[in-house]
Design a protein around this ligand. Structure first.
Ligand code: GAL
Length: 417
């Protein structure tokens, strides 16, 4: 039996999903933190208003690794959900499996090509046809800071990595945790890609994480970035290993830590806690990355199901997700910005307004790059190879940056064969 890129061996056609009840629209996602749950609840409400039953298929685990494992086993057993949160190049991998529904009829009727920037619509298509609908655009290269902690320590919010270490030293010397981190591979990778971007710039980032150029992966520049990244560890607390990202955000919210490097889903946590940007917390580009933008676009794919009621539910779901009403209310809660073009931003906070302006600005200056850590720049196997080397390096001080860079280049090459 032949295994595909996703490692699936689908022996059976999906056929009729016997387990699904007629109008139950089952949606797999991994939005389980406070801010995320509020966001997804809006989609449920809108689907129910259209007469559908929302069957929640939430699999906890930031970054979605666990959700993907569960999803694969459901699809292999011939019982996929109606929709699943799948994004980036992985959409192509699922397209290759031949299990996705064609959303082109809805997309054509609603003229999605005109509603979406091409950087978004390109990701949503397989073989020229829409198979996914975008929910939002997240910016990953953010730093979330607690101004009270900075004030107490006499530190200023850093704009470069050199300034970061000065500020972190002051916060540490004042007896506080400088960086709230969750030691999980995807969170390590999230911080690491911001370091690479801040230390080496968008062109290098693209060479390494999009083109997967072995000379960039195994370079002096990568070695410098790795060393800078590992230095951050001494500013984290003992509880960091394994900590969930939203608990790290909570440390910044409560003033237990000075900053967190995380995409703007972290803002969803601040919002859910009733915090106001510019007053209770600061959103700033990760050091050295103010003129760059790492994007992460959440989207839903629909599975090809032989059931008219479910197909109607899927079409309604696709249409709802791209509606101006949903794009606004969801993203207000989620911390991201709408994927749909030309929506008013007046209800959004200053961080979202900055993100929206920078999305356009960085597209023009060619410093808009796909997030490696969030599956936007590579297939899952290459991303896994980078994750493994980065996390091993971060956790094991015996591994030199030179050895890690070499290993990264080799592991990525092996995953590409
Ligand atoms: C990202 C995802 C976000 C958020 C985050 C934490 O990969 O795009 O929507 O859920 O993980 O789970």
């Amino acid at each position: 039996m032949k295994f595909s890129k996703l490692g699936l061996s689908i022996g059976l056609a999906l056929g009729v999903s016997m387990a699904a009840q007629a109008a139950d629209v089952e949606v797999l996602h991994y939005w389980t933190s406070g801010g995320e749950a509020k966001s997804v609840a809006e989609l449920k409400t809108m689907m129910e208003a259209k007469g559908h039953t929302w069957k929640d298929f939430a699999v906890a685990g930031g970054g979605g690794e666990s959700a993907m494992t569960v999803l694969k086993s459901r699809v292999v057993s011939g019982n996929p959900p109606a929709a699943a949160q799948i994004k980036g190049p992985s959409i192509q991998e699922w397209g290759d499996e031949g299990v996705l529904a064609d959303l082109n009829p809805v997309a054509t009727a609603e003229e999605w090509d005109k509603l979406l920037p091409t950087v978004v619509s390109d990701v949503m298509k397989y073989d020229g046809k829409y198979v996914a609908v975008p929910v939002n655009v997240h910016r990953v290269n953010w730093m979330w800071a607690n101004p009270e902690v900075f004030e107490k320590a006499g530190a200023t919010v850093p704009k470069t990595w050199d300034e970061f270490f000065v500020a972190a030293d002051k916060i540490k010397a004042a007896g506080m945790t400088a960086v709230a981190h969750g030691g999980q591979p995807w969170q390590d990778a999230t911080t690491f890609e911001s370091v690479v971007l801040g230390v080496a710039g968008a062109d290098f980032y693209r060479d390494a994480f999009v083109k997967l150029n072995p000379e960039a992966l195994n370079s002096k520049t990568m070695v410098d970035a790795l060393n800078t990244f590992r230095k951050i560890k001494s500013y984290t607390d003992e509880g960091a290993p394994g900590r969930d990202w939203n608990l790290a955000t909570a440390m910044v919210i409560k003033g237990e830590a000075g900053m967190q490097f995380m995409g703007d889903w972290a803002k969803g946590e601040f919002t859910a806690a009733g915090k106001v940007p510019g007053k209770d917390y600061i959103c700033a580009a990760a050091p050295g990355t103010a003129d760059d933008f790492t994007f992460n676009i959440d989207s839903f794919v629909m599975f090809d199901l032989d059931n008219k009621d479910l197909q109607k539910g899927q079409n309604d779901l696709a249409s709802t997700v791209l509606s101006p009403e949903f794009q606004e209310i969801f993203n207000l809660n989620k911390g991201s910005i709408p994927a749909r073009l030309n929506l008013p931003m007046d209800k959004f906070d200053d961080c979202a307004k900055l993100s929206s302006a920078d999305f356009v600005r960085t597209a023009d200056s060619n410093t808009l790059v796909p997030s490696m850590a969030h599956g936007m720049s590579t297939f899952s196997a290459q991303q896994g190879a980078i994750y493994d080397t980065v996390t091993e390096f971060y956790n094991n001080d015996d591994v030199t940056a030179e050895a890690a860079a070499e290993k990264m280049a080799k592991a990525v090459a092996a995953a590409t064969e």
